[in-house]
Design a protein around this ligand. Structure first.
Ligand code: FES
Ligand SMILES: [Fe+2]
Length: 482
């Protein structure tokens, strides 16, 4: 089986003109971009964590059947750690927010400045949901007859207490769900016997994610987009970059794709791809100025509108005739770091080109995808849409860094899009990433329909570029077989 781990470290390969994407020896890999960096990126970006997996096919029933969905509910969603909300979604003591997964409603409560509790969203009297969306109170109060609980879930008050002689306080607290925090997110787990979150997200991954802390960020965008495809089908398109030059042809001038580096950490994953660098599919033909122009000014580009947002002081760089693609990365990194410094007051002088420019995306099993680095401060989450195996809720949040001495603006709340709409119909998504994501979702809708064909039996995955998808399914199946 071909597997070279696809990592080399030769800075000159960044500028090679005989790129051949059909030959892995003639592709510049992330290690080569790291070698061309003027600064020292964190060592973990160079360290590989990937293992060869047996090639396999994936049966289609997991994307379309009620039976598979029900197994996921029982064996995955009721057993796994999952991100329920941002800490800043409930910034004040007494704030309460609802998190829904496969028809199960959970509430997360900030019970003290740095303390969170989670409960099933069920009144102990006659089972009314306690919170619809979000609310605030000194207590958790049922909207039906007014039973109330303290913020840590203890039964506090029953109107006409004399009428419930058999009800014991210590037996009628809210039904608790485990809640722990990491990097500004509140994770919950419905399984009382589950391992601590600290073990679930291993130290190596925690260290990496905390390099670009997301706790003190302002959530400027949060859109929940309902798409008619299974949640796994959706997320798989964000576990690989193999599709990018085909579905997103406008990106080939500035977006590495076939040279993405894939790593995994148990069930979790990382992928890194160069930006401000052309796709290997262009076979080394992209001129430095084309690369700059397309990433900065292309209407649907990853950095679309970036140049305008930066103002005239940061006009699109004009590359000299003898400039190279390495020069492009240096100029782009300098410019982006300057903008980031101006916006946040932070010293970016020693930050590596790779962290400033490139796509560094993590997957925390089963369904959370926070991005690292500085270029794209986004977080994705994927869930089934209620109990429908054939639609999903995809969420994008943009977490903006703000100066340390300024208060955080209030986070925006999620906007849900109607089924069948375009993501770019939603607020805050008109920029580049909205267009790109709509290109993905248009395909995913079509694939979901095809899965019902008698002629469709399974998916095939690439050994390397789709390895993280195989790894995801291996771990999913292990969870369901327990
Ligand atoms: S159902 Fe909640 S107080 Fe009656
Ligand atoms: Fe895509």
């Amino acid at each position: 089986m071909v597997d070279k781990n696809y990592s080399s470290s030769d800075a000159s390969k960044v500028n090679q003109t005989d790129v051949d994407y059909q030959d892995p020896d003639k592709i510049p890999w992330m290690g080569d971009y790291i070698a061309a960096d003027r600064f020292t990126p964190p060592a973990f970006l160079s360290e590989r964590s990937t293992q060869e997996l047996e090639p396999r096919v994936i049966s289609k029933d997991r994307y379309i059947t009620r039976e598979w969905h029900d197994r996921e509910v029982e064996k995955l969603w009721k057993k796994t750690w999952q991100m329920a909300c941002r800490e800043n979604d409930i910034p004040e003591v007494g704030d309460q927010i609802e998190y829904e997964i496969a028809g199960i409603s959970i509430i997360v409560v900030r019970s003290a400045p740095e303390e969170f509790h989670a409960f099933y969203n069920i009144c102990r009297h006659r089972n009314t949901p306690l919170v619809d969306g979000c609310k605030h109170g000194k207590e958790i109060k049922c909207p039906f007859h007014g039973w109330s609980w303290s913020l840590d879930g203890k039964l506090k008050d029953i109107p006409c207490r004399w009428d419930f002689p058999g009800v014991k306080d210590d037996e009628n607290g809210l039904i608790s769900v485990k809640a722990e925090t990491f990097n500004g997110f509140v994770f919950i787990n419905m399984d009382p016997d589950s391992e601590p979150l600290e073990n679930f997200i291993p130290e190596e991954l925690r260290k990496q994610l905390l390099t670009w802390p997301q706790k003190r960020r302002w959530k400027a965008v949060h859109v929940a987009h309902v798409v008619p495809c299974n949640w796994k089908l959706g997320m798989e398109a964000f576990l690989e970059v193999y599709h990018v030059p085909i579905i997103h042809p406008e990106t080939v001038w500035y977006n590495g794709d076939y040279n993405t580096q894939y790593d995994n950490y148990g069930p979790h994953a990382r992928m890194m791809f160069p930006l401000s660098a052309p796709s290997p599919s262009m076979r080394g033909t992209v001129e430095p100025q084309q690369c700059v122009d397309e990433i900065l000014t292309g209407e649907t580009s990853f950095g679309g509108g970036l140049a305008q947002a930066m103002g005239s002081e940061y006009a699109v760089p004009q590359m000299a005739p003898d400039d190279t693609l390495t020069d492009v990365r240096h100029r782009m990194a300098d410019m982006l770091k300057k903008v980031y410094s101006m916006r946040t007051g932070k010293d970016m002088s020693g930050i590596s080109d790779v962290e400033a420019l490139d796509g560094i995306q993590y997957t925390i099993f089963p369904n959370l995808q926070p991005w690292g680095g500085y270029f794209y401060p986004a977080v994705y989450r994927w869930r089934p849409n209620g109990n429908d195996p054939e639609s999903m809720i995809y969420e994008v949040m943009v977490l903006v860094d703000v100066p340390d001495d300024q208060p955080l603006p209030k986070d925006v709340q999620a906007t849900y899009t109607p089924l069948g709409s375009q993501l770019t119909d939603a607020p805050g998504t008109k920029g580049a990433y909205g267009y790109l994501l709509d290109e993905d979702f248009d395909q995913l809708r079509r694939i979901q329909k095809n899965l019902h064909s008698d002629q469709v039996d399974h998916n095939i995955y690439a050994n390397y570029q789709e390895r993280n998808i195989m790894n995801f399914h291996n771990h999913l199946e292990a969870a369901l077989d327990k």
